[in-house]
Design a binder for this molecule. Sequence first.
Ligand code: ADP
Length: 493
Amino acid sequence: MSFGKWLSLGVGLVAAVLTAVFLFLDPTPPLPIWGNGVSIRIGIAGVFGGLIGLAHWLVMSRFNAELRRLTCHVEVLTKSDVSDLTLEPGMGLAPLALAVEQGMQHLRQRTQKLVSKRRELEIQLRIAEAERRHAEAVLNSIADAVLVTDAFNELALANKAAASVLNFDLGFSRRRPIDEVLDDRALVKLIKDTREGAPSVANLRRHVEHRLTRNGREHVYDVTVAGIGGDAADSEAAAGDGHDALGVVTVIRDVTREREIAEMKSDFVSSVSHELRTPLSSIKAYVEMLVDGEAHDEQTRAEFYNIIQSETNRLSRLIDNILNISRIESGVVRVQREQVSLPSLIREAIDVMLPQARARNIELKDVSAPVFFQVFADKDMVYQATLNLLGNAIKYTPKGGRVTTSIVVDEAARVVRVSVQDTGVGIPPEDVPHLFEKFYRVHQHKKLAQGTGLGLNLVKQIIETVHGGTMTVASEPGKGSSFTYSLPLADNI
Ligand code: ADP
């Protein structure tokens, strides 16, 4: 039996007991048939109690039915989007139904607002994520190292270049304090100082030269640190008011190469001026002697003319080198290709360099095997390249050394290789990759011989840019060097 039925039974029993008590309290018989009326009173109390219990059960059943209807209605309203289900429950439940319906409507409106707010936030999140990815892609496309720290000196953004230059793990460093991310105390201090002390616009952006050792080599960096405000427009105002910046953008640019080039250029200018001045002063001195009539006899005059001629040649060679390189680089050089016999070209070059080699007691020999082949090249240019290599070999080989030329034909690769090998001072391995750069001179060699650092660059331009060949070098400090150029065999051109 259900709880409702038990309850109605209980109510009926209570009503019967109360009626019986009430009837027994009044001893006066209301009717002549009443007698002592015990059984009648119990009967009436029983019937009354039964009626009350029945009435209670009927009312409760109806009430429960209405309540179930209301519950179903609320469930329908909760589970579906339907909002116009109207219910008019009896049993005085109408106000409750109305209140529930109003409550539901209110809840529904709030839910709808929350759903649309959530959608809006999801869209904003997606946009923010896309923007973050875009910002990261932009940052990563920048070759300079970029770090962005926030108001708590935590790393907000960084690019791959920053992780590589400053040696930290990009994945694990975001949102971590900058002093935990970077080992470089000086840089950390600079970033913190910039955030905390931006008392004037002048201090807002600072350039600092910073040196770091990477892979055993010292690099020079130009570090730009800039305090940022709430937005770009605020930043100057924030700094002007003396507030702490909300973050700091640090850009680290490797200027090692620029510094080296600047140094090389200034070395080049002084070397070129020196190289130009030496023959010029000599020409000037001999011309003055001739003008002053200091050359009394024909033989002295002829000697002076010879010196003037050779110095003029030297001067024009230097100027030619500079002009040739710039012509090749700008693509305006005129290339006159013809069948060239490399063995005779090398012999010619050796003949020209022989006096120079003899003057330094250097043996100059050619060990090429007699093979037949043809190259189709600009003879003057290849001759110039060979002369430069021979000249260097003689210049950087101590007295009593040996310079050997050789030609090897590689039929399989369809190239011919010409090598100029010396027993000279050799080249330190760290200088080898830079040898063919313009103006580059090995530091230790500067006192050995005068030079401009242009000769090998011109050789490389002639062999590779003009003729599509290759230029290689092998060297061992203290033992000697071997410079080799390869040119395509004639039918390959
Ligand atoms: P330079 O006028 O200084 O000789 P180059 O461009 O011809 O200029 O050579 C660049 C540098 O390469 C030289 O300064 C020298 O240090 C080095 N070098 C070139 N050839 C040799 C060689 N045969 N032996 C040793 N060092 C060499």
